[in-house]
Design a protein around this ligand. Structure first.
Ligand code: HEM
Length: 450
């Protein structure tokens, strides 16, 4: 509800700066700084630097207001952001009727009922990637899961085998992710950004060649690329924008989720054992069906908890369409609004021992139910994640297959949270993989710093 009473929005002042600055200097992390500001200033606060101002919102009341009840007051598209420059007219950065039309074109291929059809490809690519892991070798899961997520996404949604092109496109994809990651451009968007255009051109060339080929050859009914190509109103440029949107939004998030989940499992051997017992009991050594994946309840809780602790998309960014008020606080037109999914997921008012990995909190029989909109890994309302069903089936299929095959042991226990295009484990997740039958190695020396 928009309230007309006026209360000013708390921000850093000489009275409260010290504890926040202490955290910022000790941890040198924006995320830790935001958590300190939340502690000091509450569920609504303003960050303001020369050239940059944003209102940060935490908790279910604000989330519901921005994402659902007052959503018409906010827009997504921000022409100062590189993500808009990159995705141009992609569904992620469009608003209003055009957004709804694009979303309507893409939704059928990502429906829950459709996702089961993608399972064989998800499992096939998983086996292809993990078959290369030697017994006792150390794998960087951030790299391996990115490779896997890209191969799966391209095959299932675009009916394209990307394996031959992936080595040459790997560099451009990483450059593009760095282009849209937070940086100096937030304060100085007018500064030219050198060194990215070549990578964008390389990706464009690849995507346009896929569109051309599909127009020439019989489109395979059912996949997203064919669906888009068959639509009269979709030009090559518009299709390119949707393909790049899906490629970036659909693989970088899954990469982050999978690498965090593997990190958490390797760091918590008791939970890994519980998942392995469940997987052994329900699947044995065979490939899972969708029905069996849905029976892996503990694995489901692990995935949900990984998404709570490390939501790959940690904020929902919006702009105020007009002067408005949020719970009585005035917000000027054009102000950037950030609904913090990360802070909401770690809000001590809602989550007991919020910073601890406790998959059981998502046990459906648990008495502690969280209020709606306090758990938002896929956002909320009509602009929630279009790939949420896809991502959850994919994550559980991949993790089940890995845990059927390997025991995991952390090879480098300390990781940091990096605020890139998604929240990523930095410098990566190094895990020693051992073919099953060996005993689990307990490593107490683990920790993540924000
Ligand atoms: C673990 C995996 C994923 C996570 C955590 C995730 C998270 C999110 C979140 C939080 C949003 C809403 C952002 C906002 O509030 O502004 C979103 C939107 C979106 N996601 Fe995902 N996502 C994931 C996987 C995927 C996949 C697999 C696809 C595509 C196949 C995808 C495509 C999109 C698109 C196109 C949007 C924009 C929807 C719209 O504006 O209507 N995502 N995602």
């Amino acid at each position: 509800m928009i309230d007309s009473q006026s209360i000013s929005i708390p921000t850093i002042s000489s009275a409260n700066a010290l504890p926040i600055l202490k955290v910022l200097t000790a941890q040198r992390s924006l995320l830790a700084g935001m958590a300190a500001m939340h502690n000091q200033l509450g569920d609504i606060f303003e960050i303001s630097f020369p050239g940059f101002a944003a209102i940060v919102l935490t908790g279910s009341t604000f989330a519901r207001e921005v994402l659902v009840t007052s959503r018409q007051q906010f827009e997504w598209r921000n022409d100062r952001d590189p993500v808009t420059g990159l995705l141009r007219h992609g569904v992620l950065v469009e608003d209003g009727h055009f957004h709804d039309t694009l979303r309507g074109y893409m939704e059928p291929t990502l429906r829950r009922s459709k996702v089961g059809e993608y399972l064989p490809a998800m499992l096939g690519w998983t086996d292809e990637v993990i078959s290369k892991w030697g017994n006792g070798s150390v794998q960087d899961m951030l790299v391996e899961m990115r490779r896997l997520a890209l191969l799966i996404l391209m095959d299932t949604l675009f009916a394209v085998d990307m394996s031959a092109d992936l080595p040459r496109l790997w560099g451009p994809i990483l450059r593009i992710l760095s282009y849209i990651s937070p940086g100096l451009w937030l304060m100085k968007p007018e500064l030219p950004r050198f060194g990215y255009q070549k990578s964008i051109n390389e990706m464009d060339e690849y995507l346009f060649s896929l569109i051309r080929e599909r127009r020439l050859n019989d489109p395979r009914a059912g996949d997203l690329l064919s669906e888009l190509v068959c639509r009269q109103d979709m030009t090559d440029d518009l299709i390119r924008d949707q393909l790049l949107t899906m490629l970036i939004a659909g693989h970088d998030t899954s990469t982050a989720l999978l690498s965090w989940a593997l990190y958490l499992l390797a760091a918590h051997p008791d939970d890994m054992t519980l998942v392995q017992q469940e997987v052994d009991q329900i699947l044995g050594e065979k490939l899972p069906s969708l029905e069996e994946i849905n029976q892996l309840h503990y694995l489901d809780q692990v995935v949900k908890e990984a998404l709570r602790l490390y939501p790959p998309i940690h904020v929902g960014n919006r702009l105020a369409r007009a002067d408005l008020a949020l719970q009585g606080c005035p917000v000027p037109r054009g102000r950037r609004i950030m609904v913090s999914y990360y802070l909401t997921h770690r809000d001590q008012k809602v989550w007991q021992e919020a910073d601890r990995f406790q998959p059981q909190r998502f046990d459906r029989s648990s008495p502690h139910e969280q209020p709606p909109f306090s758990y938002l890994p896929f956002g909320g309302g009509p602009r929630n994640c279009i790939g949420a069903a896809f991502a959850q089936v994919e994550a559980k299929a991949i993790l089940a297959r890995i845990l059927q095959t390997f025991d995991l042991e952390l090879a480098a226990p300390q990781v940091k949270i990096r605020m890139g295009a998604t929240l990523e484990p930095q410098p990566g997740v190094l895990i020693k993989v051992r073919r099953r039958n060996g005993s689990h190695v307990v490593n107490e020396q683990v920790g993540v710093s924000a």
